[in-house]
Design a protein around this ligand. Structure first.
Ligand code: CP
Length: 324
């Protein structure tokens, strides 16, 4: 059984295949009927134990565009609030006959446990676990970078060799940062992390990237700057930086954005805290790809679902006649 648990598990060829398949899926969105019959008769459960806006909705949109039957589960309002375990929840889903489980969980390692426990016989896709990994976010970020920095059609088959990507903010608590460092390294990019010293993880020296505490000197050398939210909900209150001191040293405003090369883009996985890591001027500027990242997330999730569940059939070309 194949799963997607960590961006670190992807080879360069795996990652480029997903990006190329997502380009095919993106063409479906340009058609009058935005639907393929690829996963007809397959059931996908979205199992969300943590809050989400973008990931949950875009997985659901991707599943529906591939014609899967979709079951949405959120911990709030379920028997999890009565103390039901992940194992019993999983076995309940297994009894209903599911083909894939998309799981978001506050505990790092929960998707791995689900995939390897033998509790269920379904494909497991990690939609974000604790501070560990968020592989489809890294893939949609790489897809956005490849389209913007390499070129949409020129990008097919290409990786991000030599592109300089800067991730700024709460690296310590960020599964997005970990997934991006792993995937961007695999795709040949040069990654620099910029953060206050208290928000840099112990052991970062072994990660395949540079670390800097000086945003201003890093900006002119960046092709893309990705801002990360300070995750107060995962922090002891004593370690909260104040909004003012954080934005003064690490926030991106119009003056700082002007120090970036002209072609460079500003990225944010969301949710954004306007006024802290990013000003409204930057968030609403042409150079900010936050909304484009959301659109690209649907194509990437369609590609991942297609490759894990329906990968023996051609993705798009084969289905055109069936659609008519
Ligand atoms: N980027 C991201 O994971 O956003 P959500 O928490 O809204 O899914």
């Amino acid at each position: 059984q194949r799963h997607l648990i960590s961006a670190a598990d992807l080879t360069r060829d795996d990652a480029v295949l997903i990006l190329d398949t997502a380009e095919e899926m993106a063409r479906v969105a340009d058609r009058p009927i935005k639907k393929l019959p690829t996963l007809r008769g397959r059931t996908v459960v979205n199992l969300f134990f943590e809050d989400s806006t973008r990931t949950r909705i875009s997985f659901e949109a991707a599943e529906k565009r591939l014609s899967a039957d979709v079951i949405n589960f959120t911990a709030k309002g379920s028997s999890v609030s009565k103390g039901e375990s992940l194992k019993d929840t999983a076995q309940t889903l297994e009894a209903m006959g599911v083909d894939a489980v998309v799981i978001r969980h506050g505990a790092s390692g929960a998707p791995y446990r689900l995939a390897t426990s033998g509790w269920i016989d379904a494909v497991v896709i990690n939609a974000g676990d604790g501070t560990h990994q968020h592989p489809t976010q890294a893939l949609l970020d790489a897809f956005t970078m490849r389209r913007r920095l390499v070129g949409r059609d020129a990008g097919i088959g290409q990786d991000l060799a030599g592109k300089r990507i800067t991730l700024v903010g709460d690296i310590l608590h960020s599964r997005v940062a970990r997934s991006n460092v792993d995937l961007l390294h695999t795709l040949g990019a040069e990654v620099t992390l910029v953060a206050p010293p208290t928000l840099v993880p112990v052991g970062v020296e072994s990660w395949p990237c540079e670390v800097s505490y000086d945003l201003d000197s890093t900006l002119p050398k960046s092709d893309a700057v990705m801002l990360l939210r300070v995750q107060r909900e995962r922090m002891n209150a004593a370690f909260f930086p104040t909004e003012r001191e954080y934005s003064r040293r690490y926030g991106l405003d119009g003056d700082r954005m002007a120090r970036m090369p002209e072609h460079a883009i500003v990225m944010h996985p969301g949710p954004m805290v306007r006024g802290m890591e990013i000003t409204a001027e930057v968030a609403d500027s042409e150079r900010c790809t936050a909304i484009e990242q959301v659109t690209n997330g649907v194509s990437i999730r369609m590609a991942v679902l297609y490759l894990l569940l329906g990968g023996n059939e051609p993705a798009v070309t084969h289905t055109r006649t069936e659609e008519k």
